[in-house]
Each structure stands twice: as structure tokens, then as C-alpha cells.
Design a protein around this ligand. Structure first.
Ligand SMILES: C[S@@+](CC[C@H](N)C(=O)[O-])C[C@H]1O[C@@H](n2cnc3c(N)ncnc32)[C@H](O)[C@@H]1O
Length: 214
């Protein structure tokens, strides 16, 4: 769905204390944004942010960053009202490809990729968040046993991603092609897109990989 431009959205985001804008220009590492040394989990393409906030509420001992590259979506995310607004998350207006510039190596414990854009054309493969170039960035910023949790309704993207992860750098922890009928549903937090796809009867693929260390 095409989102409407809202006048003043940039200014709103700039003033919002939950939002970090253009972190690559700050020359500052985001892992220092929280002063408590708690584990860091990052969601790339957090959309309207329900998954991000619900996780933050459920896990007050973890610090969350939700990256969203679209200003229109980040605005909706920042504006969304929830029953509880926990202190342990930031919305970051930036693309996920700058992770290495804005986090210290080995400083992230988990990366979530929830329903990323599939970019079906072969000529756009480099834009997929599970392209090898992205995986190299994730490997650098993840901690020793850091994990990637990936969900998608798109079967072609899922098969492509399995191939990308199938190297000696990653260990498969969970692979399911029907999450909601699998043993892995417990504790699953649905994203906005997931809820829509599930209501349409679509199957959800899920993959968890862990970083392998030599
Ligand atoms: C299909 S939506 C899914 C949103 C949400 N994760 C969900 O499941 O409801 C993909 C979102 O990722 C954002 N996005 C795409 N590529 C990105 C990137 N490289 N870095 C950060 N956000 C990205 C898009 O702007 C969009 O909001």
C-alpha cells in the first residue's frame, strides 16, 4: 500500500526522542546508546513497529533497535500508539546496510528480518536483505553466538535465503515452511504483515541461523 506523505513528518521524527536519525553522520556507535550493557537485538525493516515494541515490553532486559529506511513508514511507526511504550527501544531512520558503520563489531546478539521486500527480479538480488553482501555485514556485527531470525511468506525468497546461508559461516537452528502449524509457534510475535498473510491463509516460512565460529 502506498503511504501518503504527511507534511511535517521529518520535523516530527527529528523531535521524537524514540527516533535516531542518520546515525552514520553522528560518528557514534549505536550500541552505546543504552548505558546498561544489556544484549542488543536489531530488527531491519521494522515497519509500523508492533513486533519491535511487543518484544521490548516482553523483554525489558534486552535493548532493541528497529531500522526503517522509509521516512513515511518510520513516521507511522513513531506515531503509533500502544498501551505500553517501553524505554528499551529506538526506531532508527536508516537502511540496514549501514550496520557495520554504526555498530561495533560483535556487539549485536540477534538480528530480525521480518517479511523483507522479496525483490523478485534477478537484477535486484543485491537488494534482498539475505543477499550474501548483507550476510557478511551481519556476520561482522553479530556477537560470537549471534543469531538471525528470518520470517517470510515468499517461498522463492525463502529458498534463495537458505542457499545464501548454506556456507560454513552459519549453523541452521530452525527451518520451517509452515510456522503456524509447527512446534515453533510458542512465543511467536506476529508482525503487521504476518497477521495479514496468516488471515489470507498463507504459510509462513521461518529460519533461525547462528553464527559459526572457527
Ligand atoms: C514488507 S515490509 C514489512 C514490515 C514489517 N517487518 C512487518 O513484517 O510487518 C518491509 C519494510 O522494510 C523496509 N525496508 C526495506 N529495505 C530496508 C532496508 N534495507 N533497511 C531498512 N528498512 C528496509 C521497508 O520500508 C518496509 O517498511
Amino acid at each position: 500500500m502506498r503511504l501518503r506523505y504527511v507534511p511535517g513528518q521529518y520535523e516530527y521524527l527529528k523531535k521524537c526522542e524514540k527516533v535516531i536519525m542518520e546515525p552514520e553522520k553522528l560518528g557514534y556507535k549505536l550500541n552505546k546508546a543504552f548505558k546498561n550493557g544489556a544484549p542488543i537485538h536489531v530488527e531491519l525493516g521494522c515497519g509500523k513497529g508492533r513486533f519491535l515494541r511487543e518484544n521490548a515490553v516482553n523483554n525489558p532486559h534486552i535493548n532493541y533497535f528497529g531500522f526503517e529506511k522509509s521516512i513515511k513508514v518510520a513516521y507511522r511507526c513513531a506515531k503509533a500508539t500502544f498501551e505500553k511504550d517501553p524505554p528499551n527501544y529506538f526506531i532508527v531512520l536508516a537502511s540496514g546496510d549501514i550496520l557495520k558503520e554504526v555498530f561495533e563489531e560483535g556487539s549485536i546478539d540477534r538480528i530480525y528480518l521480518n517479511f523483507p521486500d522479496p525483490w523478485p527480479k534477478a537484477s535486484h538480488a543485491k537488494r534482498r536483505l539475505t543477499h550474501k553482501n548483507f550476510l557478511d555485514v551481519y556476520w561482522a556485527v553479530l556477537s560470537e553466538k549471534g543469531e538471525i531470525h528470518f520470517k517470510t511468506d515468499n517461498n522463492d525468497l525463502f529458498e534463495y535465503s537458505l542457499e545464501q546461508f548454506n556456507t560454513d559461516k552459519w549453523e541452521f537452528v530452525i527451518v520451517t515452511r509452515d510456522l503456524h502449524k509447527s512446534i515453533y509457534t510458542e512465543g511467536n510475535i506476529m508482525t503487521e504483515y504476518e497477521e495479514k498473510f496468516v488471515s489470507e491463509g498463507k504459510k509462513i516460512n521461518k529460519l533461525i541461523v547462528r553464527k559459526k565460529n572457527a
